[in-house]
Design a protein around this ligand. Structure first.
Ligand code: MG
Ligand code: MG
Length: 272
């Protein structure tokens, strides 16, 4: 069923299938975090991910999406998003962002993590922490009765409170459900109290992209890889989330978001 402005409203049964897709994505990302090491190619990570997704009974949603050749986006260093896995070898000190999507019975999950290999300089470490905290601020604002831009404003305000980091505006989060990308767009900036009202059955992919320097980006000649225009590092975190009558359910978090939401005083709204 579609609400106004093309926003798809899911039944509880459909959300339950999205949770299954979300768990596949969450487990795949944890596998990537545990297996990534200096010397490994990004293509090797992608092969592991695809095998894990298919062995879980799911389909990697990125593969062949508008011609994208892999199951993961792996974006290293100054790459913000949409890096294509290949023969690049990971190095000690790299900032690695991994984005993953999976489909179960036609329903999608989409999430991303960023981590450092070995020891990072403190500013880059902080960039990663701020980006993840900004994601959770946005997730916590995904409440029935609120408005879409409350999520955007929560992300922006967390980043702004943590100093002089860039918020990428060229790419945004999105609705998700029977397709990976649906209305509405979910920018990582804006004033609260605007846009569609958040209702039960909506699902959003919230995904801040934060930079150490300027938020300006450009696309490499491969037509996919987005890099920072100034060559400084970027971080990217994402979860698929749904507001429920009892709170917030983070469909791609292994614990549904229980622990982080509790730490923020936000009720967990999952049905599990
Ligand atoms: Mg994604
Ligand atoms: Mg996404």
């Amino acid at each position: 069923m579609f609400q106004g402005r093309g926003v798809e409203i899911k039944t509880p049964e459909q959300i339950a299938i999205m949770r299954q897709a979300g768990l596949v994505v969450g487990r795949t990302l944890e596998l990537m975090r545990s297996r990534a090491e200096p010397g490994m190619t990004t293509a090797a990570l992608d092969a592991l991910a695809e095998e894990h997704i298919r062995d879980s009974g799911a389909v990697p949603s990125f593969k062949n999406y508008h011609g994208f050749p892999a199951s993961l986006c792996v974006s290293v260093g100054d790459e913000v998003v949409h890096g294509i896995p290949g023969d690049r070898h990971l190095l000690e000190g790299d900032v690695v962002s991994i984005d993953c999507g999976a489909i179960v019975d036609g329903w999608h999950g989409d999430a991303a993590i960023t981590f450092g290999l070995g020891t990072l300089d403190p500013a880059t470490d902080d960039l990663i922490t701020v980006c993840e905290n900004a994601l959770w601020a946005g997730l916590a604002a995904t409440r029935v009765g609120g408005r879409l831009s409350d999520v955007s404003a929560a992300v922006e305000s967390l980043v702004r409170s943590r100093g002089d980091l860039g918020i990428v505006e060229d790419y945004v989060g999105h609705g998700i459900g029977s397709a990976m990308h649906q209305p509405p767009n979910v920018p990582n900036y804006g004033r609260p109290g605007k846009g569609p009202r958040l209702v039960r059955g909506m699902a959003l992919a919230v995904e801040p992209m934060i930079t150490l320097g300027s938020p300006q980006t450009r696309v490499l000649a491969d037509d996919w890889t987005v890099v920072t225009a100034d060559g400084l590092a970027a971080a990217h975190f994402e979860h698929t989330v749904t507001p429920t009558d009892t709170g917030v359910w983070v469909l791609t978090a292994l614990d549904g978001g229980r622990e982080r939401l509790a730490a923020m005083g936000v009720p967990f709204g999952g049905v599990e």
